[in-house]
Design a protein around this ligand. Sequence first.
Ligand code: GUN
Ligand code: ZN
Length: 650
Amino acid sequence: MLELRDRDGLSRICRFKTRRNTVDTPNLLPVINPNLLLITPKEMVEEFGIQALITNSYIIKKNDDLRERALQSGLHDLLDFDGTIMTDSGTFQSHIYGEVPLDPLEIIEFQKTVGSDIGTILDIFTEPEDKHDKASKDLDITLERAKMSVEAKGDMLLAGTIQGGVFNDLREISAKESSKLDIDLFPIGGVVPLMEKQHYATLVDVVMSSKKHLDPGIPVHLFGCGHPLIFSLAALMGCDLFDSAAYAKFANKGRMMFPDGTRFLDELQALPCECPVCSSHTVQELKEAGPDKEKLLARHNLHVSFAEIRRVRQAIVEGHLWEFTETRCRNHPSLMEAFKRLAKYRDDLERYEPLSRDLAFLHNSSLSHQRPTISRFKKRMIQRYDQPDKPIYVIFPESNKPYSRTHVDNIKNAVALGDVHFWVDSYFGPVPIELDEAYPLAQSMTPDRLEGAILKEKDDLLKEFSEKYFKGQGIYWEGQETLDNIAFLSSEPGNFDLDMLRVRAVADLQFGKGSADILFQGQVTFKKSRKTGKIRNVMVDGDHILSMRAGDGFFTLKPSGARLLHKALPGPKLRVIVDKETAAFNQDGLNVFAKFVIDADPELIPGDEVLVVDEDDKLVACGRTNMIRNELISFKAGIGIKVRDGIEPE
Ligand code: GUN
Ligand code: ZN
């Protein structure tokens, strides 16, 4: 069972519960070759704290001694490991050696008998060169075997591999059909040759076209992904688990893995690493370590791998996985290609893009501009922002933030002359100035000089915007000249109530177009922070309906505000529907567990404020969602909605 804790991009920090223990994701399962225990599982627990490993049931079954020992006392005893053991089925051996004599049900039965915690179906390994026809026929067999294996799995968790070669349509079928079955883990298979040849852009196609159609409540494993260089990219695309034989295979060849690539020990002048192996040896000592060398290098490789897993996890928690991955991808041109390829899947990425993040948006290359944060913000703005009707629109160039503070005098002077509204030609595209405290506008670090392509995109967008949205005249800010221009065009001063404009714009952006009209009927007053002058609370006729968060500039809903939106907006807008029995608990202020969610507004994104209602649309609570609709419906463990306030009937 999978429980979501945190997320960024398509990545997630989850707890994956097996019958043995809890496996934290993202995580790496070292491959254990039972014939060749270079580092024993016991040592791996002590040195790396591994929670799970993967071994091969076919290798064990084929070897008389191993088979007998496994059948007699079980896998955990054989490997001296009491964490989660995943077994593979022998499919990969067919990729390396050609046909292997195996019966798909017999190998499931064997995995069950020896006590595997997660067994794998005997899928057909589709090679990247395979033609569509062959890939399709082999996929049919894989799916047939998945169905049979589900029937036979008993209480063992079952991994049902996604195949389909390099064909997006087949990956889609594989993912959709597998998601209909009672499968507990989705490994994405057939990708080892792509990674070996560094065809990472194709890997992005394969993973994205699979992931997009997989049941989100089930963990995803990337078969054979063992190089730390691509952990962050794979995690960003939603892969939860990896497995690695690379640590041992590379060590055997005298190669050391690093987060930025691989190097031969023999070619190193110094050890660019702070792991326990490298800290306690000089490069010379390692080179001369004799028979111990292979194990020392394997330990180094695992240290580097697990350290990278920890960095990826921390980047997810901080909401910086995009930045982190972009930096990693700079280490290889084909990884850069892969990172660029993500743009093709922007719509899919956008669906999971959170409303805001704790840390600022960092521009680190021209590719930063393709992140879904930007496209999603623009999309919501275009769909939801309601432009006040004004005869003149002044557009300020990008400047220090928040923009309204930088331009406080310019605004005052302009409004004294005419009825003007203000936009900013920002890094994120044209934005109304009253949104300047909302994420990502205020919370971003962007360069003063932008590359040509970004500038052009910005200019095109500004043109499109002014044609579509500016009913009056648009003027680019040029200081006194602009003020003279406004004076010439106007006959009387205008009014510009920044506080009111701000709360209206943020409300529409966050809750949908028209929400400001619903919320702000009556006398609107504000409580502001004494220190920063920022709006804290919004009252209507004395009733506290919203609070504005200092961190991201968006609102949290108070019960009175929730009631207003609930009364005026038809279902399923902003709703999360829970069953009647549990609704009473939410009314008492308890969080909504995902398993009790019946349905939800399909437009919700992580971080949105929601109205918790029962099946009769009775409002029982308001809170914040960390999941989108398909996740709320699919997840069977963990919190779906953090409830802030239970709401009693009026
Ligand atoms: N190990 C690496 N790739 C694969 C694959 O596609 N299927 C299985 N079962 N194991 C693998
Ligand atoms: Zn090291």
